[in-house]
Write a protein that binds this ligand. Structure first.
Ligand SMILES: [Zn+2]
Length: 503
């Protein structure tokens, strides 16, 4: 049913990582287990108290805006959004409506034709991007949290979260599918990690996604907008949109009207459910926050924040492919796992400096493969930035060089890497101590081959009859006899020579 064109926009709330709350000095501690301990008269909304702006939070929003190529106006200010809810002790939320901190940016996402989740084993293999426009990024405060004990006829409230700095991003309705919306959320999540402005742990509610979706028959024309609130995983974003597209299509086909409303997502049933009819800005009686001065930024202040914006995921993707000729899949792994990517680049910088460019690339490829496959296998989800990770980039580079120089086989290399991982020792030390150096001496290899031939007359007979796997079997026997140390190429060549002569 591709009869209807979905138009999708996202609003994403992010709890910022700061020491204290947005307008008071209470700790911003998402891991606090005891309820109602990080509270004070300001965040509890006692009469007569005055808020003070958290500059760190303002800087983090501007940093995010700059990373999204937003315009940062010279002036910004806060507004009051009035509404009553039990977890909002003041009866209003300090937010921004008229002059948000950042406006008119964009974020590029990979095209989704062969979309695969970044979290799956094989990340998206595509780099070509689509620009999703950002309408604004503003700053507000979070509400407290309500707890509804199962079966109880009361609810509990915890104000630890009340007043935590909350950044809200709103996109233009530039997305056309569930996959695209998911991709945007994933890319923005990655960006937040690069900027170090939030942990954005979705399970902890530190990143919450709202979807605006409408269906229309013609591209560019908008239908009635439905909002889906509080989506707490990338999967939920994708599933909720897919469900909503189908639901609205069915209604439109029946000639029914779509109601402009807010819907919730039931993750277990896999459906959206009507919650309430949509409020409009005028319902909140916004007015300028009288207790806070307007914000003013100088060019120097903005430039300082700009200087702290690191290389961002999209740029990093492009650079890794360009500089190291990595395939896009490997580059994506190093972009997604930033620390692993940094480790990879340190390893490359420790490779022998006198190599020609062509030879250097012969080492870069195995280095990335050993890091992505073997090292990640040993790490089992741990990070190369952990204190107990012992392999220095110098030692890793040495291991790759030893493989390249033919001093150890790839089989031995895995054994050496395992040992390096356990002890942090340097590879040449391990090879020497354990006697693992590759045997390249032809006389010694020939001696081993002759013994194998004597012990395996049947395999030799099979080889003569033309059975190709008999040859591989004999190679395997030589390797086993030398505990994997015989140089496989020399062994293969010598074995063929000896067998051919024998015939
Ligand atoms: Zn407080």
């Amino acid at each position: 049913m591709a009869k209807y064109q979905p138009t999708i926009g996202l609003e994403i709330h992010i709890e910022l990582k700061t020491k204290s709350k947005m307008f008071c000095s209470c700790p911003n501690d998402p891991d606090e287990r005891n309820p109602n301990v990080n509270v004070c008269p300001i965040c509890l909304g006692h009469p007569g108290t005055l808020p003070v702006i958290n500059k760190e939070a303002v800087k983090k929003v501007i940093k995010t805006g700059l990373a999204l190529s937003c315009q940062i106006p010279e002036y910004s200010k806060f507004d009051r959004k009035n509404y009553f809810y039990p977890d909002l002790p003041k009866g209003y939320q300090i937010s921004q409506l008229y002059q948000p901190l950042c406006r008119n940016g964009f974020l590029e996402i990979a095209e989704t034709s062969s979309h695969l989740s970044l979290r799956s084993a094989s990340p998206s293999s595509e780099i070509a991007g689509k620009k999703i426009r950002i309408r604004e990024v503003h700053l507000e405060e979070d509400t407290g949290s309500l707890i509804h004990p199962p079966g109880a006829d009361y609810s509990l409230v915890n104000f630890n979260r009340a007043g935590i700095p909350l950044m809200e991003l709103a996109t233009e309705p530039d997305m056309e599918s569930a996959k695209e919306a998911r991709k945007f959320a994933e890319e923005f999540h990655l960006l937040l990690h690069y900027l170090d402005v939030s942990d954005a742990d979705m399970e902890k509610g530190q990143m919450r996604v709202e979807v605006n979706i409408s269906l229309s028959k013609k591209k560019g024309k908008l239908g009635t907008k439905v909002e889906i609130k509080n989506l707490n995983s990338f999967r939920a974003v994708e599933r909720a949109i897919e469900y909503e597209i189908k639901r609205q299509e069915v209604l439109l086909e029946k000639g029914e009207k779509i109601i402009q409303e807010t819907r919730g997502w039931d993750d277990i049933k896999g459906i959206t459910v009507s919650q309430r009819e949509k409020e409009f800005a005028q319902d909140y009686r916004y007015f300028p926050e009288p207790d806070l001065p307007p914000l003013h930024f100088t060019k120097k202040e903005i430039d300082e924040i700009k200087a702290a914006v690191p290389e961002l995921p999209q740029k990093r993707r492009e650079r890794l492919v360009r500089e190291y000729s990595l395939d896009e899949k490997s580059a994506e792994i190093f972009v997604y796992n930033k620390k692993l990517g940094e480790y990879f680049e340190k390893v490359i910088s420790e490779l022998p400096p006198n190599l020609s460019k062509a030879n250097l690339f012969k080492l870069i490829k195995p280095a990335s493969n050993y890091i992505i496959t073997d090292l990640q296998g040993l790490l089992r989800g741990a990070s190369v930035s952990d204190k107990n990770f012992l392999i220095t980039p110098e030692n890793f580079a040495e291991l790759i060089t030893l493989i390249y120089e033919g001093k150890i086989s790839s089989k031995i290399a895995k054994q050496v890497l395992g040992e390096m991982f356990k002890t942090g020792a340097d590879p040449s030390h391990i090879i020497e101590e354990k006697g693992l150096i590759q045997i390249t001496d032809e006389v010694e290899i020939e001696k081993n081959i002759k013994e194998v031939i004597l012990k395996n007359p049947k395999a030799v007979e099979d080889f003569k009859k033309g059975k190709a796997n008999a040859f591989q079997y004999l190679i395997g026997q030589v390797m086993a006899k030398t505990k994997g140390k015989a140089d496989p190429q020399i062994t293969g060549a010598l074995l063929r020579d000896i067998l051919d002569k024998d015939i």
